[in-house]
Design a protein around this ligand. Structure first.
Ligand code: NAI
Ligand SMILES: O=C(O)C1=NCCCC1
Length: 302
């Protein structure tokens, strides 16, 4: 007889998942993923059901990590929301299975996992690609991803200045009011971007907001939205993910230089001196290691 699954809500997941643990585990599995050894990791490209009528989609993101003993899937919906909507754009649940027996061992909130693991992966990209003496961080957007990126990037790097732009200034102001440190609210994307060393685009925009001529040569751009800044060396989390799902990569025909895992493995160089873009689509293995970490922490407490 199998035990009932552990149920963990958003508050618990947020509390149990720390960036310190997450970053090192993500580095390790993203490196492994890029070796494409199917006896180690199996992660198909996300299955997506478009809900065009309501500007959304439902995605299913399974993953199996043999050495880590993790079998999981995330089910995630993403809906474009009207500005000021109280509903989150991204809602998700992660299921962890017993890899030997196939029973569900945990069901947990995936919103906090999605926010933290995406930001942690961007932080890995910033460690690899940002200019050596990065002083200015710019965040475009003021939603869940903007917040998690602010948290992890200001924890890891000592920026002298942080700038935020959001399409409605009062949303940017509300975002800043919730933070501890000093942040400048900018009135335009250009004002936020010019001179920045690390730029995070975490908006739901599908039209370009960021133009290459504003970006300081050598800066690093971590892109979460649909808009690709083409005047740069482009890195992705997964080549298959990017060439299947990223409309901007497919349509522009831009060359993907390498996966993040290939830089971690040392099979491709991090061209840190050049302007770099890390195009993040999100991967099931990122959710899988995050959920396992949460469950391990929870078990230590019980
Ligand atoms: N790579 C990954 O693994 C993940 C990527 N994402 C992406 O990150 C982005 C942000 O997601 P969340 O923070 O969860 O959403 P959110 O709804 O919490 O925040 C979205 C932000 O984008 C702004 N925005 C929306 N449409 C815009 C437009 N047309 N022009 C300018 N600003 C606009 C909103 O004002 C808000 O500040 C989305 O593009 C989403 O697809 C989200 C989760 C994971
Ligand atoms: O990886 C994810 O999870 C997501 N990626 C794109 C937007 C929705 C969630």
């Amino acid at each position: 007889m199998t035990e009932s699954p552990v149920l963990l809500n958003k508050h618990e997941v947020e509390r149990l998942l720390s960036y310190d643990d997450l970053i090192s585990r993500l580095e390790s599995v993203m490196g492994k993923f890029s070796k494409r050894d199917s006896s180690e990791i199996i992660q198909p490209v996300r299955s997506v059901v478009p809900i065009q009528q309501h500007n959304g989609f439902l995605g299913v993101m399974p993953a199996y990590l043999a050495a880590e003993g993790i079998l999981s899937t995330k089910v995630v919906s993403f809906y474009q929301r009207a500005e000021g909507s109280s509903l989150p754009s991204t809602q998700a649940t992660v299921l962890l299975f017993h890899p030997e027996h196939g029973n569900v061992i945990a069901i947990m909130d995936g919103e906090a996992i999605t926010a933290k693991r995406t930001a942690a992966v961007s932080a890995i990209s910033a460690k690899l690609f940002s200019p050596a003496f990065s002083e200015v961080l710019c965040i475009l957007g003021s939603g869940q991803q903007a917040r998690s990126h602010y948290d992890v990037l200001t924890k890891l790097f000592k920026f002298k200045e942080v700038r935020v732009w959001s399409r409605r200034k009062e949303m940017a102001q509300r975002f800043v009011n919730d933070l501890q440190g000093p942040v400048t609210v900018c009135g335009s994307v250009k004002e936020a971007v010019v001179g920045a060393d690390v730029i995070v685009t975490a908006t739901g925009a599908s039209q370009p907001l960021l133009f290459g001529e504003w970006v300081k040569p050598g800066a690093h751009v971590a892109e979460m939205d649909d808009v690709l800044m083409r005047e740069a060396v482009v890195y992705v989390d997964s080549r298959e993910g990017a060439t299947t799902e990223s409309g901007d990569i497919i349509l522009s025909g831009v060359e993907v230089f390498a996966e993040l895992g290939e830089i971690i493995n040392g099979t491709f160089p991090a061209q840190r001196e050049k302007t770099t873009v890390f195009k993040s689509l999100g991967m099931g293995i990122q959710d899988a290691v995050s959920a396992k970490l949460v469950l391990e922490k929870w078990k230590k407490e019980h």
